[in-house]
Design a binder for this molecule. Structure first.
Ligand code: AHG
Ligand code: MN
Ligand code: MN
Length: 338
């Protein structure tokens, strides 16, 4: 499609090719875009509008919420609940899922969202983002149930994220490749800036929080050790390292120039009853779909992320994603230890 096309036109034109499309999906994406523009605006204004710092509350994960976590969640619900495009919404910031009230029109989709990813970066003016995943709502039934959200990532209708960085960018897949849109603040529109994004097959860059190293399991220890050995080790090449602590920013870097991102499970997380840190439904699944659609791979080390059968709304999962060769090597190391 023409570079510079508005996201709205892009969605409308793509929907023309879908038989039986009613415009509801187009409407849903537009609602998400409206929420992302509003979040981009408050993130951008920051201290000027008193939105930095803690909200003095905890979310279901036991994490202290930032004011912007709470605001972003409210903006998302507000943009989605009135227009009849979703039947329900699940969010990192809400223990239970939200059902569209009976007096409001319901829609054919479910939205799963991390309203603000990378909250620890908000107060230091480093990139944060919004991650979203779209599932089909059950047919012929208005009341939605928890099980409706617990679908394998392979069933996602679409997934995307909005990165609030030097530019605000919206990255989207509807299962037919990955496109990027940049927010033109002067006209208030996301415009198509890249299409058919491909992740390089191989990389010389890895991302992991190395402060957890002593807790890692053997396959991760081995892989990172071999990266650090560089040209003198088995990979025969020197590596660079990055850790932004915003998954959105890490995935965006990987889509742009390749790389491998790891947030593995480790002994410390396991002792706390957690299998990894990142959440399956609104972090790992949407990012896995985007990465696979760009030719990369996404695994727990043992299984393809998109094949996992979710058991809980806020389930955590180990995440290894990015350039195919390095992800496959990590999967092989996991297989060796069984
Ligand atoms: P969130 O702000 O939505 O809770 O997610 C933060 C996540 C993820 O974006 C990032 O990769 C990771 O947490 C960073 O974790 P560490 O602080 O342990 O490095
Ligand atoms: Mn997050
Ligand atoms: Mn978050």
């Amino acid at each position: 499609m023409r570079i510079g096309t508005t996201l709205t036109n892009y969605i409308i034109e793509n929907q023309r090719d879908v038989q039986g499309a009613t415009g509801e999906f187009t409407g849903l994406l537009n609602d998400i875009v409206v929420a992302c523009k509003k979040i981009a605006d408050v993130v951008n204004k920051g201290d000027l509008v008193n939105v930095l710092g803690s909200a003095e509350s905890e979310n279901v994960q036991g994490e202290t919420q930032k004011k912007l976590d709470v605001i972003s969640n409210e903006l998302m619900i507000d943009a989605l609940q009135h227009n009849g495009h979703i039947a329900g919404l699940a969010s990192e910031e809400m223990e239970a899922f939200f059902s569209v009230p009976l007096h409001k029109p319901s829609g054919n989709y479910l939205l799963l969202v991390d309203p603000l990813d990378g909250s620890s970066n908000i107060d230091v003016n480093v990139s944060v983002g919004t991650i979203f995943s779209i599932l089909r709502a059950p047919e012929g039934r208005r009341a939605i149930e928890l099980a409706d959200f617990l679908r394998p990532g392979a069933e996602q209708v679409a997934a995307g994220y909005c990165l609030y960085g030097p530019s605000s960018l919206l990255v989207l897949t509807t299962g037919n490749g990955v496109s990027m849109f940049t927010l033109d603040r002067d006209i208030g529109e996301f415009l198509l800036t890249r299409e058919g994004v491909r992740i390089p097959e191989e990389t010389r860059e890895f991302a992991i929080n190395a402060s957890n190293q002593r807790f890692w399991e053997a396959p991760v220890q081995r892989f990172i050790q071999e990266c650090l050995q560089g040209s003198e080790g088995p990979f025969g090449k020197d590596f660079n390292m990055r850790w932004v602590a915003s998954m959105v920013a890490e995935v965006h870097r990987i889509l742009t120039r390749g790389g491998v991102f790891l947030y593995p499970s480790d002994r410390r997380l396991a002792a706390a009853g957690k299998n990894g840190k990142l959440r399956l439904l609104y972090e790992a699944n949407p990012m896995a779909l985007i990465v696979e659609q760009a030719g990369g791979a996404a695994s727990t080390g043992l299984e393809r992320i998109l094949d996992l059968q979710p058991e809980e709304l806020h389930q955590r999962v180990p995440v290894i994603l990015g350039s195919r060769v390095e992800v496959e090597r990590l999967v092989a190391y996991h297989a060796e230890v069984g």
